[in-house]
Write a protein that binds this ligand. Sequence first.
Ligand code: ZN
Length: 106
Amino acid sequence: MSKVHVKSGDRVFVLAGDDAGKRGKILEVLPRSGKVIVDGVNIQKKHTRPTQTNPQGGIVEKPGPIDASNVALVCPSCNKPTRVSNVRSESGKLTRQCKRCGKSID
Ligand SMILES: [Zn+2]
């Protein structure tokens, strides 16, 4: 079981670190390290060697992992960073519910 409270595709708000205040979409969850990769956050610049497809070489920018505890889920309904509660629906499926507006997030 993963303790990460967000999942791939979620929109999140960054609470701490160099990119605090930014919003982005979760590209990847790394459950083993408890980290997430958020689009546009914690950008790592990597120099690449020239290759056949990219003869110039250059700098590749890609988002690096940040601690999942540093992000808050953004509710798609009220568009604010929020905490969620897990609610079991009548069909027995667990869904996440926004604690601000009470709308289902999944
Ligand atoms: Zn909400």
